[in-house]
Design a protein around this ligand. Structure first.
Ligand SMILES: [Mn+2]
Length: 295
């Protein structure tokens, strides 16, 4: 498979620092060599820098921490993703993060380069807050809302398209921690959502393959956004917002391998690996295993 690997060192979307070092750390742990050893034809596009400031920007709403920084990263990401898609439409775009705010720029670039985007969002959190509903002001908890045309106009102005994806073309899987405002917004949007326990009861692999098949029937590009906190923190201590009772690496790895064997997704991002919080590279090893299964 022809893979374009793009690191996005986004680190201002969450409360804890360290996610910006994720792409560098995954490369240090041998990600590129591992993919090449599996026979992938891989071009490493390098990293987009993700942290431009050291302090909270003044003059911006407290409900959107580091907004100028995050806008800059996502504008850069949008241009890079759009350019890569136009130059190499047949290649698999593999994005490594970085915190989940980077999804805004990735989805902006994908949306501007396809006719109809499909999105599978695998995450312990739906990231469906708006500046009005957010309890923390952290933009990594708003990325999906932005993509669906909610949230602040500035975050929605990056792509030509708004919303970046139609709500009926989004499926959320693996959620375990939903804020009150998110719950209300998800219900009124009639978003398709499966909590982690439901997903397991319905079969992790079968469900994921069915979801991807149905999206690929109506969308010309299907993207997977994978937040590693969907896994149980016992296996991935190196992530900023852990939630108990998650999936095991084996469950997710099998499901991703099934997706890959049918080539049902055309791009993916794997986010929220934080090397500062990792224990002896355990989380990096699991993350690299998942990425390898996916491509
Ligand atoms: Mn997330």
């Amino acid at each position: 498979m022809n893979i374009k690997l793009l690191g996005i060192a986004a680190g201002r979307g969450g409360a804890k620092s360290g996610a910006e070092d994720g792409p560098f750390a995954l490369r240090q742990h041998g990600l590129v060599e591992r993919l090449a050893a599996d026979g992938a034809d891989i071009e490493d596009l390098g990293d987009i820098p993700g942290v431009y400031e050291t302090r909270f920007a003044r003059g911006f709403p407290a409900s959107m921490n580091f907004l100028p920084n995050i806008l800059q990263v996502n504008r850069h990401t949008h241009a890079c993703v759009l350019g890569t898609r136009r130059k190499s439409p047949g290649a698999f775009l593999l994005v490594i993060g970085g915190d989940h705010s980077l999804a805004i720029g990735v989805l902006a670039g994908l949306s501007d380069s396809c006719a109809r985007l499909g999105l599978i969002w695998i995450d312990a959190h739906p990231d469906f807050n708006t500046p009005r509903s957010t309890p923390s002001g952290n933009i990594h908890g708003m990325s999906l809302a932005v993509a669906c045309g909610l949230a602040h106009p500035s975050l929605r102005g990056i792509a030509d398209r708004d919303p970046l994806v139609a709500k009926e073309d989004v499926v959320l899987l693996g959620c375990r921690d939903i804020d009150v405002g998110e719950k209300r917004a998800l219900e009124s949007s009639r978003m398709s959502l499966m909590m982690a326990d439901q997903w397991r009861a319905n079969g992790i692999t079968d469900t994921l393959v069915q979801v991807a098949r149905s999206l690929s029937q109506r969308c010309d590009h299907v993207h997977l956004s994978l937040d590693i906190d969907v896994l149980d923190p016992r296996y991935v201590p190196g992530t900023g917002t852990p939630v108990a009772d998650g999936l095991t690496p084996d469950e997710l790895r099998s499901a991703l391998a099934a997706l890959a064997s049918e080539q049902l997704v055309h791009s993916a991002e794997i986010v929220e690996y934080n090397p500062k919080l990792d224990e002896n590279g355990r989380t990096a090893a699991v993350t690299i295993d998942l990425i390898t299964a996916l491509v």
